[in-house]
Design a protein around this ligand. Structure first.
Ligand code: CAA
Length: 258
């Protein structure tokens, strides 16, 4: 496995785990960390032994945002040339499911990173916010878009314009997170969820992720047409034959990922 300075990686069975590891900076997302994170996810994505991934920080902070110290003096032209934010977009190219296990602060880029993942398991201490307004800017890595899709316009406006922070319970109420669990359990819970998904028919999992994401890209008519194509496509897989045959024979299926 590659050597990293800002993250820790390990495989637990069929789950690839990435831990952000800049605790003194509350896992602030500098360019080097983001590069390592995306590299680690791409490596797990290409690994046939891995079926799903978990991204986490530590108990105090998932991530407190993009690294303010790295960009305080930058000009607009420098920001454009560095284009550090575009690395956030690469998470969309990951084919396998990615689950964020969030405890403590998920602020600014940290909230945006969590929202870029496919699911969020939160600890009771998690806090979600887009405090960029306090810095004289706005979210730049999806915070005005994904957040609005997730929690709706009213709450997104308050978060983006007035630094409203959501507690874990509020985030669950507004549909931003999948579930909230006690602090001692959040990582375990995310790993268990990832392991369950990683044990399912791999092709159908990847295509299912694509199909759900399609809902954010297209009109309902286009989305339904794409979904139907993907559904029919899965009838080219051995896993479809196996899954349906196993149902009829009343036995557990043996997935091949083919
Ligand atoms: N960037 C750089 N460093 C950060 C950071 C960030 N986003 N967040 C925290 N840190 C650093 C602090 O500077 C501090 O470092 P030093 O010990 O060297 O001073 C260390 O982490 C610990 O932080 P605090 O002492 O501030 O801890 P606290 O418990 O008093 O407060 C906090 C915690 C409320 C999260 C506070 O750190 C904070 O407000 N952080 C900034 C949050 C923020 O504004 N995030 C948005 C960033 S911009 C962005 O993300 C743009 C985008 O859309 C991509």
């Amino acid at each position: 496995m590659a050597e990293y300075e800002m993250i820790l990686t390990e495989a637990q069975g069929r789950v690839g785990l990435v831990r952000l590891n800049r605790p003194k900076a509350l896992n602030a997302l500098n360019a080097a960390l983001m590069k390592e994170l995306m590299n680690a996810l791409a490596v797990f994505d290409a690994d046939e032994g891995v079926g799903a991934m978990v991204v986490t920080g530590d108990e105090r902070a998932f991530a407190a945002g993009a690294d303010i110290k790295e960009m305080v003096d930058a000009s607009a032209v420098e920001m454009l040339a560095r284009d550090n934010i575009s690395v956030f977009d690469r998470i969309r190219t990951i084919k396998k499911p990615v689950i964020a296990a969030v405890s403590g602060y998920a602020l600014g880029g940290g909230c945006e990173l969590a929202m870029s993942c496919d699911m969020i398991v939160a600890s009771e201490s998690a806090k979600f916010g887009q405090p960029e307004i306090n810095l004289g800017v706005i979210p730049g890595a999806g915070g005005t878009q994904r957040l609005t899709h997730a929690v709706g316009k009213a709450i997104a406006m308050e978060m983006v314009l007035n630094n409203r922070t959501l507690s874990a319970a509020e985030a669950e109420h507004y549909g931003l997170v999948n579930r909230v669990v006690p602090v001692e359990r959040y990582l375990e819970e995310a790993l268990e969820l990832a392991a369950e998904i990683a044990a399912r028919a791999p092709l159908a999992v990847q295509i299912g992720k694509q199909a759900v994401n399609q809902a954010f890209e297209a009109s309902l008519t286009e989305g339904l047409a794409a979904e139907r194509r993907m559904f029919y496509f899965l009838f080219a897989s051995q896993d479809q034959k196996e899954g349906m045959q196993a149902f009829i024979e009343k036995r557990p299926p043996q997935w091949k990922g083919e």
